[in-house]
Design a protein around this ligand. Structure first.
Ligand code: ATP
Length: 372
């Protein structure tokens, strides 16, 4: 059920900002959300993501900049004149109306008389066809949220804005609804802009994620990009766990940088380093825990050539079902623990064991050690 013409639902923010007195909630921001994409604004509480969403909706007046929807500059338009609709965390359904009438409301308000087919189609889309005559209190939280989505989509907005829509649901329901919202977005084909503080939620649902921090977009990319190649320590740590080892640029070798870390060396592709790469520069060398393999020091001869390797001693291990998580005191970062998630269930190493940690340079990223 495609609900809009293609090419008209991209969102373009140009130099958009918001200040409250002397406080800047959103610093001047340029952002393009392509038509038909599922876009997430991700960040901790207070980073400015809701304010950004509200400026797209017209619920908040920008202090500077413009908002374009498709080719139209909508900056000066009130919310109801913009081809957007918003779903909030609180479903705000009309308790005295049944589900059918809740969804029909927007059509009736526009004076449309024959609403039956449209509402039934919309209820089918959100898989609530059987519930049409129930009242909101007779539905689960997830079902109520789907009614809210149906109600927001019934007037065929070009962009649907979602402000922490799953925040009130328990974890299991939230996971189901993440997939459900993704399915609905794919089916209707319109642009979704989704605000969340939950990195897993953003990564599950969105094609593109903008990670916000302190009123700025810190990095923009696909979930895989952000996870595999973060550009800042904030992004590296906000999207999962990351080991960060301080190292010094020693030399270049083709497309790689060679770094000194303690008495060892690490290799990092230039393309995966967001830090200055002049010799002597300090770089935080990052690697995700699940990319690291562990080998007992006595078997180190079996490790293939060309892998980054550091030595260490198992400090702690915890079995967490799918894998074992190790904390390792490493020779290259003595003040630091290195986390390894070992998926090989046959290799359990006990605390005190001397080990070699090794991983592919292709799974290594470099961050500027001088950044905040
Ligand atoms: P949350 O997830 O908690 O909603 P957020 O990332 O969506 O956080 P915003 O709601 O956009 O954050 O708020 C960004 C900053 O702007 C916060 O520090 C907030 O306190 C401030 N702020 C928001 N609205 C106002 C206002 N009307 N007056 C003053 N400050 C405000």
């Amino acid at each position: 059920m495609k609900t809009t013409d293609s090419g008209s639902g991209d969102v373009r923010l140009t130099g958009i900002s918001k200040t409250y007195g002397s406080f800047t909630a959103v610093h001047p921001l340029d952002l393009t959300v392509p038509q038909g994409s599922f876009f997430a604004l991700l960040g901790a509480s207070g980073c400015g993501k809701t304010t950004t969403l509200r400026m797209i909706a017209g619920l908040e007046e920008p202090s500077s900049g413009t908002v374009h929807l498709g080719d139209h500059d909508v900056t000066a338009l009130p919310p109801y004149k913009r081809p957007v609709n918003t779903v909030f965390q609180s479903y705000a359904l009309f308790p005295h109306l049944d589900i059918f009438e809740n969804v029909a409301f927007g059509l009736r308000r526009r004076g449309i008389k024959s609403v039956k087919k449209q509402v039934e189609d919309m209820l089918e889309l959100v898989q609530l066809g059987e519930q049409a005559r129930k009242k909101p209190h007779q539905l689960s939280g997830g079902q109520q949220q789907r009614v809210a989505v149906a109600r927001a989509l019934i007037n065929h907005p070009k962009v649907l804005l979602l402000d922490e829509p799953l925040g009130a649901l328990d974890l299991k329901l939230r996971r189901q609804m993440q997939l459900e919202l993704k399915r609905i977005q794919t089916e209707v084909g319109i642009t979704f802009v989704h605000v969340t503080h939950d990195q897993e939620e953003a990564m599950t649902m969105a094609d593109t994620v903008a990670v916000m921090n302190g009123g700025r977009v810190e990095q923009l990319g696909s979930p895989a990009d952000l996870y595999e190649n973060p550009h800042t320590t904030f992004v590296a740590n906000f999207l999962g766990t990351s080991n960060l080892i301080e190292a010094e640029v020693d030399s270049k070798a083709g497309d790689d940088i060679v770094l000194k870390a303690g008495d060892g060396k690490l290799v990092l592709p230039v393309a995966r380093c967001s830090a200055p790469t002049a010799n002597g520069g300090r770089v935080l060398v990052g690697v995700r825990p699940e990319k690291i393999s562990l080998t007992h020091a006595a078997d180190a001869g079996e490790i293939p050539e060309g892998r980054n390797r550091i030595t260490g001693k198992i400090a702690d291990s915890s079995f967490i079902g799918v894998s074992t998580q190790y904390v390792i005191d490493s020779s290259v970062c003595p003040e630091f623990e290195v986390y390894v998630q070992n998926v090989d269930r046959d290799t359990r190493l006990v605390p005190g064991a001397d080990v070699v940690l090794h991983w592919s340079p292709a799974h290594t990223f470099g961050l500027d050690a001088a950044q905040d």
